[in-house]
Structure formats: structure tokens, C-alpha cells
Design a protein around this ligand. Structure first.
Ligand code: ATP
Ligand code: PRP
Length: 226
């Protein structure tokens, strides 16, 4: 029988790629260094210079699940991901800080030459392919536009090119992906950035350990005033 009664270190869920990269400066601002890059090591549990903080590497869309169920105490997820998660888990997560990282926008895009405004005006029923069905549903409902939503898990840009959909709802940053695929953004839905999310029970039971990290992240992510 194990006699180890030490509490588990605080566990932060991150996805690799842009969220991991853009979180490193925030961790540094909290005085925390990371022992390795998951891209190279392929490890899913990563120690930090703080013995009471470890990182776990999960899919971006799985971050809210790990945090809500308490397998992670905190995590970082895009607003896009949080909107989709909240549809089935309302109020499950505490979201104290907009970190102003991984910034992009959610937009409607169509094939160059498709007259989106005319289709909407005529009341045509549009086929819209997207990974972001909840955000898309809310957007078109608010506009009073009838849509058939087609759920995809990636490469949305392909859908209008091969006749799967009239339009897509996807994230846009530089616009290069749309341009490379002969698509054009016709409507912005909302700006997107990533938020710190915290498990509601941990917020109470591990408040003293969490607070310095929350404070440092809050300070480091505050937009610079001109
Ligand atoms: P999953 O692996 O769960 O399918 P994903 O492939 O969308 O997710 P990433 O590409 O790492 O994961 O994106 C993580 C987050 O970064 C997104 O949820 C979004 O908030 C933001 N993001 C996505 N694309 C861009 C972009 N081009 N520029 C800036 N931020 C982006
Ligand atoms: C995201 C998004 C777009 C692209 C937009 O994909 O799904 O395809 O970025 O960025 P841009 O406007 O700067 O071209 P990402 O690069 O994350 O690839 P993935 O979704 O396949 O992971």
C-alpha cells in the first residue's frame, strides 16, 4: 500500500503548438521555466521549475474537459473551444482571465465569386461546414438565416471547393489559408483569443497555490496601454 500522501502538484492543461508557445512567456512572468518542449520530447506530462506545477499536453478541444473533471486544475483554451464546450457543460468552468494570446477571428467564408449577400437576402437555405457548430448556429439564428450545419473536424476550407458546402465558419488570422484556397471572408462573427480556465473545486481547495499564478498571468497578459 502506498504511504505517499503528498498532494498532487497543480496540473495545467495545454495544447502543443501555438498555445504552448504563447504560454511560455506567461509562465516565465510567473517565474516558471519549462523543462522540455512536447513537440520534441513527445512527453505528455511535463515538469516545470516549480515542483508544485506540472503541465499536461492534450488536444486543444480537450482542455476544457480535463479541467472541468478536475484531472487538471487549470488550463488554457481558445474562446472558440470554450463556446463549443459550454453548449453541453454550461457554467462548468471558471474563466477569470483573457490572456490575449492565440488571437484570430471567427468568420464566415465562401468561394470567390459566390454571392453570399444575395443568397442571404433571397432567404436561401445555406449549407455551412464548420467545426464550430454552436457558434455558427448562434450567429445565423441571430441573423435569421436558415442554415444546414455540416460538422467537420478540420480542413474546412475544402468544403466549398468540392461542393460539400456553400460557406464555412472557420478561424482566420492572416487570411493566407483562405487566399491559398480561393476563398474570401464575407462576415466576421467574433474576435477570438485564449482564456485561462480553472476547475471550480480547485479554486476553493487550492486557492493559495493558484492565486500567484493567476496574478502573474493577469499582469503579463494585460494589453499594453499606449
Ligand atoms: P484540435 O487539435 O483540438 O483540433 P486545433 O487544431 O484547432 O485543435 P490549434 O491549431 O493548436 O488547435 O489551435 C489552438 C487555438 O488557437 C484555437 O482553439 C484558436 O483559439 C487559436 N487559433 C487557431 N488558429 C489560429 C490562428 N491561425 N492564429 C491564431 N490563433 C489561432
Ligand atoms: C487555423 C484555422 C485556419 C488557419 C487560419 O488552422 O483552422 O485554417 O489557422 O490562419 P490564417 O488566416 O493565418 O491562414 P491551423 O493553422 O491551426 O491548422 P489546424 O487547424 O489544421 O491545426
Amino acid at each position: 500500500m502506498s504511504t505517499d500522501v503528498r498532494p498532487r502538484p497543480l496540473t495545467m492543461a495545454l495544447s502543443k503548438g501555438r498555445i504552448f508557445e504563447e504560454t511560455l512567456p506567461l509562465l516565465e512572468a510567473a517565474g516558471i521555466q519549462v523543462s522540455e518542449n512536447p513537440e520534441q520530447s513527445r512527453k505528455l506530462i511535463i515538469e516545470t521549475s516549480d515542483p508544485n506545477l506540472r503541465l499536461i499536453i492534450v488536444r486543444a478541444s480537450d482542455v476544457p474537459t480535463y479541467v472541468e473533471y478536475g484531472a487538471a486544475d487549470l488550463g488554457i483554451a481558445g474562446k472558440d473551444v470554450l463556446i463549443e464546450h459550454a453548449a453541453n457543460h454550461p457554467g462548468g468552468l471558471y474563466q477569470p482571465i483573457d490572456l490575449n494570446i492565440a488571437k484570430c477571428r471567427l468568420a464566415v467564408a465562401v468561394k470567390n465569386g459566390f454571392d453570399y449577400a444575395a443568397a442571404v437576402k433571397q432567404g436561401a437555405r445555406l449549407r455551412v461546414a464548420t467545426k464550430y457548430t454552436e457558434a455558427a448556429r448562434a450567429h445565423f439564428a441571430a441573423k435569421g438565416v436558415y442554415v444546414d450545419l455540416i460538422k467537420l473536424y478540420g480542413s474546412m476550407e475544402l468544403a466549398p471547393l468540392v461542393g460539400l458546402a456553400d460557406a464555412i465558419v472557420d478561424l482566420v488570422s492572416t487570411g493566407n489559408t483562405l487566399k491559398a484556397n480561393n476563398l474570401v471572408a464575407v462576415e466576421d462573427i467574433m474576435p477570438i483569443s485564449s482564456r485561462l480556465v480553472v476547475n471550480r473545486a480547485a479554486l476553493k481547495t487550492r486557492q493559495a497555490e493558484l492565486q500567484p499564478i493567476l496574478d502573474a498571468f493577469e499582469r503579463a497578459s494585460r494589453p499594453a496601454v499606449a
